[in-house]
Design a protein around this ligand. Structure first.
Ligand code: DX5
Ligand code: ZN
Length: 216
C-alpha cells in the first residue's frame, strides 16, 4: 500500500508568521502544503490569493495543494498556476464550467482536482473523474477550520474509491475537514489517501508526532 499523504492546511497557521510556520511544518514531515483560497462569496470567509502562493513557493519545495473556494475559478487559474501551485482543485458547485476550468488547469502544467461539499453527491464529480489527478471529499462545510467531521463523508469516500478504482486508478482521493488523530483511521479505511488537517496539526503540541500518527 502506498504511503498516506499528509497535507497540513495553512488556514490554521499564524498568518503573521507564515514563512516560519511553513518551515516548521516541513521539518515536522508534511508531504504537501494545503492552501485554502476563499473569496467571501462562494464561502462566508476570506483568506488569501495568488500572492500568498507565490511567496510560499519561495520557502518550500513541497507540492502546493491549492483548494479554491471561489466563484467562477476559471478567472484566476492562470494566476495560481504562475504563482507556483502544483495541484489546483475547484469546487464543482462553484461554476458551470467545471470541465473547461479543469482543462485550463492542465494546460498550465498543473495537476487538477475536483471537490465536492458535504451536500453534493459523488455523482456530481463522476463525469470528470477520468481526467482528474485529485478528487476531494469535503468532510465539513467549506469556509472554516476547526469544525466537526461530518460522518456521511465516509460513505462518499467509499463510493468514490470504488468508482476511482474502475475508471482512473491514478487519481488520488483526498479528504478535508475535521480530521483528527482519532478519526483519521476511518477516513483512510473508507478510501482517503491524502489527508488534509488544519487545526489538528497546527494546534498540536507536537505536529511531528501528530502527522506520524495520521500516516500510520
Ligand atoms: C475548510 C478548509 C479546510 C480546513 C480544514 O473550508 O477547506 O482545509 O482548513 O481545517 P480543519 O482540519 O481544522 O478542519
Ligand atoms: Zn481545504
Amino acid at each position: 500500500m502506498n504511503k498516506t499523504i499528509i497535507a497540513p492546511s495553512i488556514l490554521s497557521a499564524n498568518f503573521a508568521e507564515m514563512g516560519k510556520e511553513i518551515e516548521r511544518i516541513c521539518k515536522c514531515g508534511a508531504d504537501w502544503i494545503h492552501c485554502d483560497v476563499m473569496d467571501g462569496i462562494f464561502v462566508p470567509n476570506i483568506t488569501f490569493g495568488p500572492k500568498m502562493i507565490k511567496d510560499i513557493r519561495k520557502v518550500t519545495n513541497l507540492p502546493l495543494d491549492v483548494h479554491l473556494m471561489i466563484t467562477e475559478p476559471i478567472r484566476y487559474i492562470r494566476q495560481f498556476a504562475e504563482a507556483g501551485a502544483d495541484y489546483i482543485s475547484i469546487q464543482v458547485e462553484s461554476t458551470a464550467k467545471v470541465k473547461q476550468t479543469l482543462e485550463l488547469i492542465k494546460s498550465f502544467g498543473c495537476k487538477c482536482g475536483a471537490v465536492i461539499s458535504p451536500e453534493t453527491p459523488v455523482s456530481a464529480l463522476a463525469e470528470y473523474l477520468p481526467s482528474l489527478d485529485l478528487a476531494l471529499v469535503m468532510s465539513v462545510h467549506p469556509g472554516f477550520g476547526g469544525q466537526k467531521f461530518i460522518d456521511s463523508a465516509l460513505n462518499k469516500l467509499a463510493e468514490l474509491r470504488a468508482l476511482r478504482d474502475k475508471v482512473n486508478p491514478a487519481c488520488i482521493i483526498e479528504v478535508d475537514g475535521g480530521i483528527t488523530e482519532d478519526n483519521v483511521v476511518e477516513a483512510k479505511r473508507a478510501g482517503a489517501e491524502a489527508i488534509v488537517a488544519g487545526s489538528a496539526v497546527f494546534g498540536s503540541s507536537d505536529p511531528k508526532v501528530t502527522m506520524e500518527k495520521m500516516r500510520r
